[in-house]
Design a protein around this ligand. Structure first.
Ligand code: RUB
Length: 317
């Protein structure tokens, strides 16, 4: 059976895959919003057809990028809220569920920022990697508290999300020093905190984030610079509680080596993993909207939040 998938869903899926929409929280927000549009536009005539259509839309959104667990967590949240005996009841429940999800996401990011800001002191210099809205929420709150901060911003090859971070920080008036990734160790001596986000947090406290995070964390530990991970609970990966590992996205070789350059160099293999895994021993604190945790204790929060529900595909009933 073919279901009519709304352009809002196919457009969101394309934009997520192409990284026009990127960053774990933003991806989750966009996916939930697209499901809401699907529900509103649905012409399904029976409750079963409506439910099947929503699950098909969720699957299309899920197949875009594999690593950020916020995406399946968002889809699962919305689909679990789908209830009712008629199409209009089902539609209303999805719309309400999407609204609630998006509100909670904003609220969680705000609460997390307040908590994370307490770790930052007036005059501190932070070092960032990639672009994380959760990490920047901590900076925003510290600034609102009247603290002055400076930032050393890693460029973050190959997609240079550091530029987005730099632009945001400059808008807030934070002095920014932009460096290439390879210069990070040198500038750790001028850094008070490494502050990064996460795409997923595993039950053992490992942090999955933009490629290069783990090397930065090892170097920071060696220099004695604390590493703080800002990650709302939407980033906790339920499947890792039953031993699943987080899939690391491998992206197009072209992002690293365009065809014309490849023609100059000759036949080489290019590997382009988008994320890496930082073991818990290199992380000082995971800051969530529920408080801050040493990474080894995050499993306690996961047990509390997920209970016996360790995931499964979002569209499974
Ligand atoms: C983004 C990235 C971010 C996390 C957290 O990778 O690694 O650090 O997603 O972001 P990409 P946020 O650019 O490949 O999506 O805190 O905004 O959820």
């Amino acid at each position: 059976m073919e279901y009519e998938i709304h352009p809002a869903v196919t457009d969101a899926a394309d934009d997520i895959a192409d990284m026009e929409i990127r960053g774990a929280a933003t991806i989750a927000d966009a996916a939930a919003a697209a499901l809401g549009e699907q529900a509103v536009a649905s012409t399904a005539e029976t409750p079963a057809a409506f439910q099947a259509e929503m699950r098909t839309a969720a699957r299309e959104l899920h197949e875009t990028r594999p690593t950020a667990v916020s995406l399946p967590n968002a889809l699962r949240y919305v689909l679990r809220g789908m209830e009712g005996d008629t199409v209009s009841e089902l539609r209303a429940s999805v719309v309400a569920s999407v609204d609630e999800f998006r509100r909670e996401l904003d609220q969680a990011q705000d609460n997390l920022g307040q908590i994370g800001a307490n770790r930052l002191r007036d005059g501190d210099t932070i070092m960032t990697h990639c672009h994380s809205t959760d990490a920047l929420s901590c900076v925003r709150h510290a600034l609102d508290d009247g603290k002055e901060l400076s930032a050393i911003v890693k460029e973050t090859r190959p997609r240079k999300q550091g530029h987005i971070t730099a632009r945001q920080l400059r808008e807030w008036g934070v002095p920014v020093t932009l460096i290439v990734d390879n210069a990070a160790r040198r500038y750790l001596d001028d850094t008070d905190h490494v502050l990064v986000g996460a795409d997923a947090i595993a039950a053992d406290g490992s942090v999955i984030n933009k490629i290069g995070t783990s090397g930065l964390a090892v170097n920071a530990r060696e220099r004695g610079v604390p590493i703080m991970v800002a990650a709302q609970t939407l980033k906790l990966h339920p499947g890792t509680m039953t031993g699943h590992t987080v899939e690391i996205e491998m992206r197009d070789e072209e992002e690293i080596l365009p065809d014309d350059k490849r023609a100059e160099i000759g036949d080489v293999t290019v590997e382009n993993p988008a994320f890496d895994v930082t073991p818990p021993r290199y992380v000082d604190a995971i800051v969530t909207e529920r408080g801050q945790f040493p990474p080894e204790s995050i499993v306690t929060l996961m047990r509390e939040l997920f209970g016996d529900q360790h995931g499964g595909e979002p569209w499974e009933r």
